[in-house]
Design a protein around this ligand. Sequence first.
Ligand SMILES: Cc1ncc(COP(=O)(O)O)c(C=O)c1O
Length: 304
Amino acid sequence: MKYESILHAIGNTPLVRVPFDAPAQVYAKLESLNPSGSVKDRSAAYMIEQAERSGKLKPGGTIIEASSGNQGIATALIGAIKGYNVIITVAEKVSTEKQQTLTAYGAKIVVCKPTATLEDPESYYEIARKIHEETPNSVFLAQYYNNDNPLGHYYSLGQEIWNQTAGTLTHFITGVGSGGTIGGVSRYLKERNPKIKVIGVDTAHSYRATGGNPKPYKIEGIGIDYTSPHIENAVIDEFFNVADEDSLNMTKALARKYGFLVGPASGATAYAVQQYAEKLSPNDLIVCIFGDSGRAYLTKHFYE
Ligand SMILES: Cc1ncc(COP(=O)(O)O)c(C=O)c1O
């Protein structure tokens, strides 16, 4: 493949068999192969394009985003090549590698105190909103509430999964943070075949999974910490809550046994996938998302 811009290299990631010892066939989209290293290149590119198209984002403007890292990194890459200033707020637990990657792309990073929910006035989301209010000529992408987040996945990831499986998939399983991935992909797939089952993977300690009594958790990228419009608007057949320990054990196994060095959100997803795959038949085809690479978490010692 030859491209004239790094932006054109977003998407078209490979769909690769994960040879679990289970009756169902399992394939994973290797989203770490996007230019900034995660599934979030897709939503960032679309949200930024739409902000430009609507006239809210003007030349020389500032893009602000609240992120568990990857959405910010994708925004920083795109902002860098398009000449925008980028300010990203993250919570303290975001890995050193992800924070350094933001800096490498030239973004300004604001590290915020941990909070149990996004609605907390001290949360990285609320701090981003305040920075936006104080920054002239700025836009706040606000992935957690921006409908262009799921739409970006609808147009790229949903379509790719449908085409790469020639419409034969029976289950789609993905980790859920903002709900953009599951919202967009679910809509695309169910419009074409409403029988496809869509399963969201959450962390067992999130706001949603605990019924509003969240506890800290180690994994990054997924975990539903608020009432998400993307999730409320999506058709999701089931949620699967995964404990940190199960996520991290699977993350290690994916590297050591299967050769997928992926992040802990993908470990959580793969744990749920393996449980499902055991209950299904060889006619079932599960597609799941491996959202980013394990190289972004090596200093967290998850792999030792
Ligand atoms: C690293 C990572 N981040 C985020 C997500 C999903 O994010 P969202 O729900 O915000 O689209 C995934 C999904 O698998 C993921 O692996």
